[in-house]
Design a binder for this molecule. Structure first.
Ligand code: SF4
Length: 461
């Protein structure tokens, strides 16, 4: 993807390992692609919960000295993306609160859609919020809920919220993993030396050599404590709405998401794209890194040779993803550069995973022409994005999405292309391991499984 589009968060949790803090550090390290603004770990030792978090990448936030002080066998971790306005430490997670029933820490991936009215109601009844995060509503609801056991109060709180949440909840001696009834965001379960491990993606399990067991199912609560592991399904059944965009762009290609390998699915998308939208070209060039697998599929199906015509600079720091426009423009040139020797005199077909605003793609296509490309075509491995996301992906507003107000032909002209083709909705679904009714497709078709009656809160936790 040429435009910066960001997942909000990644979550990780472990129960029953003496090295819980270090494994959580490694787990969120593997999930760094899901958020780069802040990182945090909360740890419990059976009598209390402590938390350390700061702005920055996981490797910048934690060091050996900090991890050595984090004693305990239960931990949760979180990495977060945000933009200006809410890019502050008070919005970093895990969120730790103390109340008369004990300390609770939560780490949330996703976005809730009814927190504005819940928050107003809670504030009118005396709750004092520390942050602007939607996730904080959950802990206030938890504090007010009645019930004998912790899980009873948690379920009562969760029944009041709507939207997307894959949650890790930690108290002094319990770890609870929850996925919302629609299953918008992924969450998997693994095991390591008898300790249970949860993560947004299996790449986090791989890094610590945990064995993948299964997905946490939509609407499932998995509770781990000294009595063992239990599963509850306390919510009414809801229509499944797993984010399809995890398969297209967000997740790492070496991960399993919703139980299936991302790499193979991305290749399928590329193969389908080559069949639907063929083009006469000399080379297939991926937009690195997210277009790599789809470009491989496109090349295999079309017989056009695959070439790394763009090289990504992997050492560009966060300076170049700051949201101010002048810096963003500079970032376009610094992050990805065309390989003149590969491009010169060639008819190039670029495989992209999506076009959001189109501004960055336009510069990149100009760079290809400057590098001597004879023709520049683009093929996109999903349908046009015409609608915003309310469930945890940082999409621009509808107005900023180029496909919401321009035809494919107009976009192709704006990008300076010889031709542009998107994968159809049918082609995208055909490439997936599940049927259409298992997915959220809202950013493509504008049909929202959970209505957002409120104006979207731009950034959350
Ligand atoms: S709207 Fe798009 S990005 Fe958001 S959850 Fe649905 S499929 Fe994913």
């Amino acid at each position: 993807m040429s435009d910066d589009l960001n997942e909000n968060c990644g979550v990780f949790g472990i129960f029953g390992h003496k090295d819980a803090a270090r494994f959580t550090y490694l787990g969120i390290y593997a999930l760094q692609h899901r958020g780069q603004e802040s990182a945090g770990i909360a740890i419990a030792d059976g009598s209390s919960v402590k938390c350390y978090k700061a702005m920055g990448l996981v490797s910048e936030v934690f060091n050996e000295e900090i991890l050595a002080k984090m004693k305990g066998c239960l931990a949760i971790g979180h990495i977060r993306y945000s933009t200006t306005g809410s890019s502050e430490i008070k919005n970093a997670q895990p969120l730790l609160v103390d109340h008369y029933l004990g300390s609770v820490a939560i780490a949330h991936n996703g976005n809730l859609v009814n927190t504005q009215c819940l928050r107003k109601h809670l504030e009118e009844h005396g709750s004092i919020f520390q942050s602007t995060m939607d996730s904080e509503v959950i802990v206030h609801l938890l504090a007010k809920a009645h019930g004998e056991r912790f899980e009873d109060r948690l379920i009562k709180a969760l029944k009041q919220i709507k939207g997307a949440y894959s949650l890790m909840v930690l108290n002094k001696d319990q770890l609870v993993a929850v996925r919302d009834p629609h299953g918008f965001r992924p969450l998997c379960l693994g095991v390591l030396d008898g300790a249970y491990v949860f993560a947004s993606e299996t790449c986090a399990l791989d890094l610590i050599q945990a064995k993948y067991l299964r997905e946490v199912e939509p609407g499932e609560l998995v509770i781990v404590d000294r009595r063992g592991i239990r599963s509850l399904k306390p919510f009414p059944r809801a229509r499944p709405a797993q984010c399809i965009f995890e398969y297209i762009y967000f997740a790492r290609p070496d991960s399993l998401v919703y139980g299936k390998g991302v790499y193979r699915i991305r290749k399928n998308l590329g193969r389908e794209l080559a069949q639907e939208s063929p083009v006469d070209a000399d080379i297939v060039v991926p937009m690195p890194d997210s277009g790599n697998c789809a470009a491989l599929g496109f090349s295999e199906a079309s017989g056009i040779p695959f070439e790394m015509g763009f090289i990504r600079n992997h050492y560009v720091g966060r300076t170049f993803i700051q949201p101010s426009q002048p810096v963003r423009d500079l970032g376009v040139k610094v992050k990805i550069n065309p390989v003149r020797d590969v491009i010169k005199g060639k008819r190039v077909v670029v495989v992209e995973d999506s076009i959001v605003r189109g501004t960055t793609s336009r510069t990149r296509m100009q760079n290809l022409r400057e590098a001597g490309a004879k023709e520049v075509h683009m093929r996109v491995s999903c349908p046009p994005h015409r609608h915003p996301c309310f469930y945890g992906i940082d999409f621009p507003t509808r107005k900023e999405l180029i496909a919401s107000s321009h035809s494919t032909e107009e976009i192709g002209k704006y990008l300076g292309l010889d031709s542009l083709g998107y994968l159809s909705m049918e082609g995208m679904i055909k490439s997936m391991p599940y049927k259409k009714d298992k997915f959220c497709l809202s950013c493509f078709d504008g049909k929202y499984p959970v209505r957002c009656s409120e104006k979207p809160i731009p950034k959350f936790g």
